[in-house]
Write a protein that binds this ligand. Structure first.
Ligand code: HEM
Length: 244
């Protein structure tokens, strides 16, 4: 079974067909990338929960308004986590320049390469249980790369841009947030529309996370190559392909 290495990765010296080799391990994800992945996963979870309640606030409680600070806390947590997410994203972009070739995959879509789209179709049929043998990739498979680019990467930019635009409404017209992101209100008809799209973005991310976790667990079990532990240790383990 060939291991697909992607365009910029050199062919790997894997002893295929050699019965004495049962495990091949390749270092894929460097430590900063792995740290970012888990911090980002936690930040996304906190943002989705707090964001949900910003849009669907809890019922107000009787008594002094100044005592009812739960919604204030929820918004504060949303904003602090938003900064963690945004700074983490800047670091992740920086890492795409200085990290190994795998660190760039999230930002690339080989749109004009026919073999890439053949790979996407092949993977779709594998995920649909129409294939018996998995293809093995050191980085992301073509379908995963497609979803990560179009949903995750584009989605991250969208949520950060719309989020800071909304934030600038509170920060004021002379804030740096408004200077950088105020143009968003020239595109959307009004502030409520930005809220609505930002909220829709949350549901897209929730769906993405469900599919992402399902695919990672499924591949870990079915494709005979490690997935979840790879994002902890950085090593991708290829298990042997023999049926005996
Ligand atoms: C993927 C990450 C994020 C998710 C899932 C998320 C989710 C949400 C949701 C669901 C809402 C409620 C929208 C509504 O119905 O009005 C919201 C509001 C908001 N978010 Fe986010 N958000 C994210 C990132 C950010 C970022 C990076 C910022 C930047 C500061 C931000 C700032 C805001 C602001 C200012 C509001 C409006 C608060 C208010 O009106 O009280 N969000 N967010």
């Amino acid at each position: 079974m060939p291991i697909h290495t992607g365009r910029d990765i050199h062919a790997l010296d894997v002893a295929q067909g050699d019965a004495s080799v049962d495990r091949t391990s390749i270092y894929v994800y460097e430590a900063p990338l792995r740290a970012w992945h888990w911090i980002n996963a936690l930040a996304l979870t906190i943002l989705a929960v707090t964001g949900y309640f910003i849009g669907q606030p809890l019922p107000s409680v009787p008594g002094e308004a100044s005592d009812a600070s739960l919604m204030v806390a929820i918004r504060e947590i949303h904003f602090i986590t938003a900064y963690v997410l945004a700074i983490g994203w800047l670091v992740r972009i920086y890492w795409a320049f200085v990290g190994n070739p795998h660190s760039r995959q999230l930002f690339k879509l080989p749109f004009w390469r026919k073999s890439y789209w053949n790979g996407v179709v092949w993977e779709a049929s594998w995920y649909a249980f129409l294939r018996k043998e998995p293809k093995k990739y050191v980085g992301h498979n073509p379908l995963a790369q497609f979803v990560m680019f179009t949903v995750f990467t584009v989605g991250m930019f969208f949520m950060i841009i719309t989020g800071f635009a909304l934030y600038s409404e509170g920060a004021g017209i002379d804030s740096w947030q408004y200077a950088l992101f105020g143009w968003v209100f020239d595109i959307f008809p009004n502030s409520q529309a930005v809220h609505t799209w930002h909220r829709l973005g949350m549901w897209i991310f929730v769906t993405y996370v469900i599919v992402h976790v399902y695919a990672a667990v499924r591949e870990d079990i079915l494709s005979r190559q490690s997935m979840i532990s790879t994002m902890i240790s950085g090593e991708r383990m290829f298990k042997d392909n023999r049926d005996d």
